[in-house]
Design a protein around this ligand. Structure first.
Ligand code: CO
Length: 134
């Protein structure tokens, strides 16, 4: 059921210095910052040949990554996103297998305009998982 790796998201306290590290030392293509107020983050996309890295900086008081950055002040890996063909079928298989889907269980529209769900990190090796219907 699990498909391609879509992106790895890294929470950062300072987007500009994060982008500089990827652009400079790693020689990566890094997009301009995009504010996503509905998601409480400003993001830059690092384009790799086989996937994306997203650097996320908190935006607004209610940002979902503020708490994470309190615990990880230097930044850190926040989640991994895997593609699935059919998000509702994937959700049903996951819940049948005992995995916990976060929130209401209904897909939300993610940062790329596609339906996404998040899975409880305790069920997947301590890593927050996002699934996206690609
Ligand atoms: Co994501």
């Amino acid at each position: 059921m699990i498909g391609r790796l879509n992106h790895v998201a890294i929470a950062v306290p300072d987007l500009e210095s994060g982008a500089r590290a990827y652009r400079g030392a790693l020689g990566a293509q890094v997009s301009a910052p995009q504010a996503l107020p509905d998601h409480g983050v400003t993001v830059v996309f690092v384009e790799l040949p086989n996937a994306k890295i997203e650097l996320l900086e908190p935006l607004g008081e209610e940002s979902p990554i503020t708490g994470f950055l309190k615990k990880n002040p230097a930044g850190g890996m926040h989640h991994i996103c895997y593609e699935v063909d059919d998000i509702l079928a994937a959700r049903d298989m996951l819940t049948q297998a005992g995995a916990r889907v976060l929130g209401s269980g209904e897909p939300a529209i993610g940062a790329h305009g596609k339906p996404v769900l998040f899975l409880h990190p305790k069920d997947f090796c301590g890593t927050l998982i996002e699934i996206e219907q690609a």
